[in-house]
Structures are given as C-alpha cells and as structure tokens.
Design a protein around this ligand. Sequence first.
Ligand SMILES: [Zn+2]
Length: 243
Amino acid sequence: MIEIYRELDAVDILAIGVHPDDIELSACGTVLSHLEKGYRIGICDLTRGELGSRGDPNTRRQEARDASEILGVDWRINLEMADGFSSIDKRHILQIVDIIRKVRPKIILANALDDRHPDHPRGAKLVREAFFFSGLSKISSNDSQMHRADALYHYIQDWQLTPDFCVDISPFIDKKMEAIAAFKTQFYQGSEDDMQQTPISSKDFLDFLKAKMQVFGRTIGVKYAEGFNAHRPVGVDDLMGLI
Ligand SMILES: [Zn+2]
C-alpha cells in the first residue's frame, strides 16, 4: 500500500476504484457533494493502472495526487494490486478488509456491477466480498478490529446500466471535469497529442461523459447526476429527502 495524498484516517465514505481515474470519471461529483456537506472521504485505488496504453505508474500516481488536491478529499491510497490480473482470492480480499477496518466507513463506493472493462465488475465483486468479510470477527487481518459498513453502492461507469438511485451533482460539474482533466495522460487536453489514441482519449469521450450525466440528471429532474446500483432497497427516514 502506498499513500498518494495525505495520511490514512477514519472516514464516513470510502470510495474504491480499480483504476486511478475510476472515481473521478463516475463518482467524484457525489464525492464533492458530500465533502461540502462535511463528510470525511478517502479514495482507495486498487491498481496503479500500469496496463493503460497511455502514461505509466509514475505519471498516473502524480495525476491521482493532483486530482485528489482538486477534489479536497481527506486522503488517497493505492493498494498496488496487479492491473488486469488481480483475482478474487483471499489475499486480495484481506487487503481491502484491512483498509475497511482501519478507516471504518459508513458507506463504501465501488466499481460498476457490469461494464466494458472486465476489471470493473471484478473489482466490484472483490469489494463486495471485503465489505461482508470485514464484519466477521473470525476473519483476521493484521490486528484490525472487525467493522461492518452500513451500505455498499456501485457507481455506474461506461455501460448504461439502470440506476437504483441518482445523486444530483449539478453544482459540481465544473470541478468534476477539472479533476478528470488532472489525468493528463489519459484524457483530451484541448488538442490531439502524439500519444497512442484510445477509446477514452478523445474529446468525444468527455462529451459522452457529460451527456451521460445529463441523462442521469434528466431522470431525476436536475441538470447533471451520477447513477448508482445497490444490492438491497435503499431506505430513507424522510420522504422529503427524495427528489
Ligand atoms: Zn477503470
């Protein structure tokens, strides 16, 4: 585990992504919204994204740090699992269990349940297992105490899954796009560069991303939103909190 930005500490929300830009692309509007409400939020990237066609682990580490500064999250770490080849096994589950127990979140955010990139649903499954096993006292990981988060939600990524709920991120759209632009090797920076072009390096991809947030926003009557899936019905204690 390496610390990318500030030091690990207790949080309300733990946002986990397989690749260093997953949170920024699909859930950082929600992160910004909840930071403004005063919640503490940490980001845990599972891999260094070393299989990405553009950039390398060092540039991506710096980009993740820059994006974290823009977002203003409490901290960011990277578990340095192997990009593309991490399997859902005891070793990897316990790595995540250990982080969950250390930072004791109420809510955990994880990758999409299904997606174009096979790492995303695999990461989602890995985190789901860790979410459950972190609450079992007989599962040991270092000397950390068991902890069961209240909920696990999966942020929708490339494929158009049907959300179980959407979060209004309209006031945060500009900052979200700024955080995405911090990943300079990955995304369009105003003109075409000399690096190998990928399905996510064009201006079209950023346009698509914004359109997707508009579609989610349209479904709940706001300008921009992010969509999430849940494993169980989402409960509320105040109907006025629903929009
Ligand atoms: Zn990804």
